[in-house]
Design a protein around this ligand. Structure first.
Ligand SMILES: Cc1ncc(COP(=O)(O)O)c(C=O)c1O
Length: 361
């Protein structure tokens, strides 16, 4: 392709081009096996070595303490909506859910099949453009866990730091923020993420869990969702998503080689600031999320009217700025600028918005 396409999809999202080139170069002959990585046994010496290496790189990137296990699972983040209550609660327990968007809502709805759900905060009244004042939230004293979504992908709302830790296990859906900035794993007892945004291709799901939560799964827990079983079998109780895991490993290598998460955070801040500044100074567009709650990864904006939004999206697509349509639930526009989106992609979008602004006002 002679002209560059910038893909602003919320997920599956773009991957670093250096990673894709590496995949291409070893697609037919991985690790001198004469076979593609897709064709080798997950129990082969080479693949097991890849898995060990992958875990150690992710451990380094996230600075994971030694009393936490990393699991490489399937079923997406949605699979974890059930796995969490099944693994760390009993049917008579209560769990507190903080709802700041549709993913937290979905997680809470699914959990209702397994335990009592106490929704302690729900930002639906602001149309999910705000974050709750946690000083005003009354948590259950005996909750099995607290669940929240640090970055809500659809509405573009993000907590910029972890919630204060109490003695209750803290569980976080990090699907659309993991690896975008350094995180203090010790502020959580369990984090999880589908891969298809900042980790790699869809199919892989990462869980990082404090060891003291293992060994509590209910007897009805399906094996593939059972954290204890998966931990004991090094995430290979059954066949893992080998291609996705391999590509994720290349992404971990790329992140380490380019300065790790401190450096990534600086770049992500620069990208997000550039785009928010452009939207805030536009006569046509606005960002509905209050400034203190704005996501670094998913930048939601709207135009004065639907017709103008339609024109914007059509023209943007023709200019190779793809997948800027907002989530089907809320419309408008959304630019997802995960790690793999280069600053040049954001600069090109900003130029396009500025130009559109001039032409249509
Ligand atoms: C924050 C968040 N949680 C959960 C999900 C659902 O993930 P999956 O499709 O991997 O089940 C998504 C998907 O976009 C998401 O953004």
């Amino acid at each position: 392709m002679s002209h560059k396409v910038y893909n602003f999809s919320a997920g599956p999202a773009n991957l670093p081009s250096t990673v894709l080139k590496k995949v291409q170069s070893e697609l037919l002959d991985w690790s001198d096996s004469g076979m593609s990585v897709m064709e080798v046994s997950h129990r082969s010496k080479d693949f097991v070595a890849l898995a060990v290496n992958s875990e150690s790189m992710l451990r380094e990137l996230l600075n994971v303490p030694s009393n936490y296990k990393i699991l490489f699972l399937q079923g997406g983040a949605t699979g974890q909506f059930s796995a969490i209550p099944l693994n760390i609660s009993t049917p008579t327990d209560t769990a507190d859910y903080i709802i700041t968007g549709n993913w937290g809502k979905k997680a809470s709805e699914e959990a209702r099949s397994y335990l009592n759900v106490n929704v302690v905060a729900n930002e639906s009244t602001s149309n999910y453009t705000t974050l709750p004042d946690l000083n005003k939230v009354s948590f259950s004293s005996d909750a099995a866990y607290v669940h929240y979504t640090p970055n809500e992908t659809v509405y573009g709302v993000e907590f910029s730091k972890p919630l204060a830790k109490s003695s209750v296990p803290m569980v976080a859906d990090m699907s659309s923020t993991i690896l975008s900035r350094p995180i203090d794993i010790g502020s959580y007892d369990l984090i999880y993420a589908g891969a298809q945004k900042n980790i790699g291709p869809a199919g892989l799901t990462i869980v990082v869990i404090n060891e003291n939560l293992l060994g509590k799964a209910r007897s009805i827990t399906p094996s593939v969702l059972n954290y204890t079983l998966m931990s004991e079998s090094e995430s290979m109780y059954n066949t893992p998503p080998t291609l996705s895991w391999y590509i994720a490993t290349l992404v971990f290598r790329w992140l380490l080689d380019t300065g790790g998460l401190e450096e990534r955070h600086k770049i992500n801040l620069a990208k997000a600031n550039l785009l928010y500044q452009c939207i805030d100074s536009s006569k046509i567009f606005k960002a509905p999320v209050v400034e203190s709650a704005r996501s670094l990864m998913n930048i939601v904006f709207t135009a004065q009217d639907n017709e103008l939004e339609k024109t914007f999206l059509e023209e943007a697509s023709k200019a190779n700025l793809k997948n800027l349509k907002g989530h089907r639930m809320i419309g408008g526009m959304r630019a997802s600028i995960y790690n793999a989106m280069p600053i040049e992609g954001v600069e090109t979008l900003v130029d396009f918005i500025d130009n559109f602004d001039r032409r249509y006002t």
